[in-house]
Structures are given as structure tokens and as C-alpha cells.
Design a binder for this molecule. Structure first.
Ligand SMILES: [Zn+2]
Ligand SMILES: [Zn+2]
Length: 353
């Protein structure tokens, strides 16, 4: 009674997550809703939190014990007294960025780079629980009939939608996506929905299954260990460069490759978080006016676009999910990500077994 299960990270060090019993959330504040969490996506950020890497230790300073899970969705079970746009029973996804709404960036509509922004599951307790209270303005209604286990994909999907917004122009017809992980494949789906005529997804030999999946969804795939990407692009479009490149791998090589593959005056969307400082030849940018554009998370507006788009691609989203687990399998999920033996892993907190 009055208790629920939660995944916690007990201490700031590398060790397995723990499953423990915690109090149920209290009644929601007047501007909050209580969500029964039905889907939590696990990603590389959660692996870094598990390992408590230097970057994570520098960026996040939660109070321990702390609950991870920044990609989550579920059904509203309680509504605060002044919430009007949401009701009990709504199927919703959560924007975990608790932007302050008062700093200069927020006031300009750039909530994604708010100067004072705890992220649920990173700085503050997140969604790897059975129930959670969330500020209503961060809660977005999923389309009617959308599968509940896929709801948490709205968060990484919003990352891809925002990156497209940052570099899109109506003249863009050709795109390269470097990296065939979840974000890379979601980027592919957003470009496809935006009407790009030729979309290439690049990867390595170890990404064979991911590249096969991209191909099955209609992408032109390039294994850059076996083929020269410029030649492969030339074969299809008669040019060696494309209108826009999405860099979703975050390595020195991939960032420099993105500059090679974009046309003069073209834009590169930087999405992959580089593990270290990347040396680049700025002269190549200067001489041909190529632009590198940083793309961070999403704004509130992005989420409205995601919610419109997500229903139309739900059958492709299903293909990205390789594992569905209960909360007791959280460390198994983390190991699969560490060993790259999965694509999207979903934890379903109310799944018994
Ligand atoms: Zn994530
Ligand atoms: Zn702010």
C-alpha cells in the first residue's frame, strides 16, 4: 500500500542500478498531472549515467539515490486543480526538460538551451518508476490509438524533428545521415516524411543489422568501411555531395566526413555528442561557406510537430524496438546497449514477470 517500485542509482559511481520500493507520489500540485508510466526508452545517456562518466558527473548533480529515465510516456491517472488541457485517461509523452520559462533563452522560445533547466532522469528523478508527477506544460497528448509501449519514442523523435527544423529548407532534396543508431534511424524517418528524394544512411560493418533495417524502410545505405561514401552518393544522384548532412555518430571521423559530404553553402546538423574535442579544418568551411549547426534536444514547439508526425510513422517505429523488458531487467537493458546488441530497448514498468 502506498508504495511502488522504482529503479535507482544509489551512489555516484559505476555499479548496477537497483530496483527498490519507494512511496507513491503525493497528489499532483495544481499545475501537475500524475502519470502511470507505461514505456521508458533506454539510451546511451542512461549507459553513461550507469557508468557515471566524467561528463555525466560534471553535467548532472542529482541528489542520491536518484531515478534515471528521461524518455517516458504513460496514461494520466490524476490531474491538478488548474490543469485544463489534459484529463484522466489521456495517453501522453513527457518532455523531460523542465525549462524555467523566464531566462533570455526561454523567452526567445529556445527552451532547449534554457540556462536553468533540470532534466528529469538526468538532474532530477525520472521515469523509471510506476507513477510520477510531471508539470502539465511538459506533457503532450499522443495520437488516439498510438501503441502505449511506443510512446517513449516521442522524446528521441523530437530530437530528430528539431535537428530537421534547424537545417531544413524547401530546396533540400538530398540528405546523408551519419550513424545508424536510434537517432540516426529516427532522423531518416523524419527526412522521409519531409519529402527528401534521396536519403543515405551510413554506418560501419558492426552496424550491419541496423543498416539492413534502414534499407528495409527505404534508405540508401552506405557501409563506409567497404565503400567510398562520395562514390556511393555519386552513383545515385550524379554528385558527390548532398544538400544537408545529419551527424549522429559523434566521432572525429564522422564529424569530418559530414563536412566532406555536404555541398558548398550546405548545412550539417550536429546531433551526435562527441566524446572529446574534435579537430576540424575550418578553411573547408570558410572557402565553401559550409555551416555546422549545433542541434540540442527540442523546444516546446518541436513537441507539437512530433505529435502530428508520430502517428503516421508508428509502423516504422515498431521496427526500431528490439527489446521490451520489465523494470527488473534494467541492468540487462544497459548491458545490451553497452554491447550494441540492440536498437531501441523499452522498459515497461507495469509489465509483470
Ligand atoms: Zn535518450
Ligand atoms: Zn530558461
Amino acid at each position: 500500500m502506498n508504495k511502488m517500485m522504482a529503479v535507482i542509482k544509489a551512489r555516484p559511481q559505476k555499479e548496477p542500478f537497483e530496483l527498490t520500493s519507494v512511496p507513491l507520489p503525493s497528489n499532483p500540485l495544481e499545475q501537475e498531472v500524475t502519470i502511470k508510466v507505461e514505456s521508458v526508452g533506454i539510451c546511451g545517456t542512461d549507459l553513461s549515467i550507469y557508468k557515471w562518466t566524467e561528463n555525466v558527473a560534471r553535467e548532472y548533480n542529482p541528489n542520491f539515490p536518484f531515478t534515471p529515465g528521461h524518455e517516458f510516456s504513460g496514461t494520466i491517472v490524476k490531474v491538478g486543480s488548474s490543469v485544463e488541457q489534459l484529463k484522466v485517461g489521456d495517453h501522453v509523452a513527457v518532455n523531460p526538460h523542465m525549462s524555467c520559462n523566464s531566462c533570455d533563452m526561454c523567452l526567445e522560445g529556445n527552451q532547449n538551451i534554457c540556462r536553468n533547466r533540470p532534466i528529469l532522469g538526468c538532474h532530477a528523478n525520472g521515469g523509471l518508476v510506476e507513477y510520477i508527477n510531471v508539470r502539465a506544460m511538459n506533457v503532450f497528448k499522443l495520437p488516439h490509438g498510438f501503441p502505449s509501449y511506443l510512446g517513449s519514442l516521442a522524446e528521441p523523435m523530437s530530437v530528430a524533428v528539431h535537428a530537421l527544423e534547424k537545417v531544413h529548407s524547401s530546396e533540400n532534396k538530398t540528405a546523408v545521415i551519419i550513424g545508424a543508431g536510434t537517432i540516426g534511424l529516427l532522423q531518416y524517418l523524419t527526412c522521409k516524411a519531409a519529402g527528401y528524394s534521396h536519403i543515405f544512411v551510413t554506418g560501419l560493418s558492426q552496424d550491419k543489422e541496423r543498416l539492413n533495417l534502414a534499407r528495409s524502410m527505404g534508405a540508401k545505405v552506405i557501409n563506409i568501411e567497404n565503400e567510398n561514401p562520395q562514390d556511393a552518393i555519386f552513383e545515385v544522384i550524379g554528385r558527390k555531395e548532398v544538400d544537408v548532412v545529419f551527424e549522429a555518430a559523434g566521432t572525429n571521423e564522422s564529424i569530418n566526413l559530414s563536412i566532406e559530404l555536404v555541398k558548398p553553402t550546405g548545412k550539417v546538423a550536429l546531433i551526435g555528442i562527441a566524446a572529446s574535442t574534435t579537430p576540424i579544418d575550418t578553411t573547408k568551411l570558410l572557402f565553401s561557406e559550409k555551416q555546422l549547426i549545433g542541434c540540442r534536444a527540442y523546444t516546446l514547439k518541436t513537441w507539437d510537430v512530433t505529435m502530428d508526425l508520430i502517428h503516421t510513422i508508428s509502423s516504422d517505429l515498431e521496427k526500431l524496438v528490439t527489446h521490451r523488458f520489465g523494470m527488473n531487467q534494467i541492468n540487462e537493458a544497459i548491458n545490451l546497449i553497452a554491447e550494441r546488441k540492440c536498437l531501441k530497448v523499452i522498459i515497461e514498468p507495469h509489465l509483470k514477470g
